[in-house]
Ligand binder design. Structure first.
Ligand SMILES: NC(=O)c1ccc[n+]([C@@H]2O[C@H](COP(=O)([O-])OP(=O)(O)OC[C@H]3O[C@@H](n4cnc5c(N)ncnc54)[C@H](OP(=O)(O)O)[C@@H]3O)[C@@H](O)[C@H]2O)c1
Length: 386
């Protein structure tokens, strides 16, 4: 007797972004394996309309503003349309599905993750801000509800893959690699003069604007330290950041016996995304391979924490715990928005973030509501400062 293979039913939050679009191109590698239940955008309605049609999605969520003409186009789809600030949660709540791909940027990804945890649906997590804001609560809920959290971030996917078949108690150190971004060799004194287009020009990865700026300040690596602390249940002191400009080794784990395991590949997000989609299987792909004939060197260096203050601030916020990482994250989002709108210079980002973390009313054991209110406070604080 032949058993019909069941399709994996997925919802992709943030399908119009860099990770979202790459997720859909992974789906295109084996379309017969997936049912696209839902997609979402903030304001890119033209793109989401095309995605819905191409992938026969059953529902769509739009969190940002919608013009009347766009509303008409959405209505013509004759599928469920969720709008407004609660649209992502409404989409997750309304449907039965097997995997949530959370590819939204920023704190907006946090509450929908909590909703998927309540529904006991596995989560492929690109939205690192979820774990930065509420890592302790998210990890507790995922254990209680037996929800698998599959990291999409290439570093965390590398650590996750290095840990397959291993005992987490045998981790001595998690080694997160970092490209160093576009200003790796720029003298610290010149950071105040760097332009937006220089900051948006990442040497190895093609990503959304916010994470690209976070990579330039190295806040991204700081957020990833926090993400790793929660995903792999290690102390902050067990996480080492190493500059590796080639971005070929995506991260490593050193075990208690001194053995080190790493995961390598070309810098192409489709590789970790596909692994999260097909886990525990691997699926053949036509994604590019490392060319060992031309790869000359893999180099490593320690990060400069004085120059990249954001990395130091994130590590300090993690050590402080409580509401500090949520405030750091929200302040960073608003400071980065200010830099993207060319209202502040690049070197102001860490100054603003540090001030917000110092000034906030710290809560040591926050509830979800405490975290959301710390996030709101930090945004208002930074917007007054900018
Ligand atoms: N890009 C990468 O290679 C990469 C690698 C590792 C981890 N990540 C993480 O993955 C997440 C997504 O990154 P990305 O580079 O794909 O970002 P992106 O290209 O900016 O896409 C973000 C997605 O989120 C939507 N969105 C924006 N603001 C929103 C809001 N307030 N509420 C709901 N949805 C909103 C966007 O909609 P619109 O299209 O309408 O703006 C878009 O669909 C981030 O957490 C990032 O740190 C990304």
């Amino acid at each position: 007797m032949y058993l019909m293979a069941t399709r994996k039913r997925i919802i992709i939050l943030g399908s119009t972004g860099s990770i979202g679009a790459n997720t859909l191109s992974c789906v295109d590698q084996a379309p017969e394996e997936y049912d696209i239940i839902g997609l979402s955008t903030h304001r890119n309605i033209g793109v989401v309309l095309q995605q819905v049609k191409r992938h026969a999605a059953r529902a769509v969520a739009v969190t940002g503003p919608i013009a009347d003409a766009e509303k008409k186009e959405l209505d013509k789809l004759k599928i469920a349309v969720f709008t407004g600030p609660s649209a992502l949660v409404d989409l997750v709540r309304a449907h039965d599905f097997d995997l949530l791909v959370n590819a939204v940027v920023g704190a907006a990804g946090f509450v929908p993750t909590l909703e998927a945890l309540e529904k006991k649906v596995d989560i492929a997590l690109a939205n690192k801000e979820t774990l930065v804001i509420g890592g302790q609560i998210v990890m507790r809920k995922s254990r209680e509800n037996r929800v698998q959290l599959l990291p999409i971030d290439s570093e965390h996917s590398a650590v996750f893959q290095s840990l397959l078949g291993e005992n987490y108690a045998d981790i001595e150190e998690v080694i997160l690699t970092a490209s160093g971004g576009p200003f790796r060799t720029t003298p610290a004194a010149e950071l105040k003069n760097v332009t937006l287009s220089q900051a948006l020009h990442h040497p190895n990865w093609n990503m959304g604007k916010k994470i690209t700026i976070d990579s330039a300040t190295m806040m991204n690596k700081g957020l990833e330290v926090i993400e790793a602390r929660w995903l792999f249940d290690v102390a902050v002191d067990q996480i080492r950041v190493v500059i590796h400009p080639q971005s070929i080794i995506h991260s490593m784990v050193c075990f208690v016996d001194g053995s080190v395991k790493a995961q390598l590949g070309v810098p192409d997000m489709r590789i970790p995304i596909q692994f999260a989609l097909t886990f525990p299987r691997r699926q053949r792909s036509d994604f590019p391979r490392i060319d060992w004939r031309t790869l000359r060197e893999l180099t490593f260096a320690a990060p400069d924490l004085d120059k990249f203050r954001c990395l130091a601030l994130a590590i300090a916020a993690m050590r402080a715990g409580g509401t500090a990482p949520a405030v750091l994250n929200a302040a960073n989002e608003r400071a980065v928005a200010g830099f993207l709108q060319q209202q502040i210079t690049f070197d102001r980002i860490p100054v603003i973030v540090e001030r917000a973390v110092e000034k906030h009313a710290f809560v040591s054991h926050p509830t979800v509501e405490d975290l959301l209110s710390a996030d709101r406070w930090a945004r208002e604080f930074v917007d007054r400062l900018r």
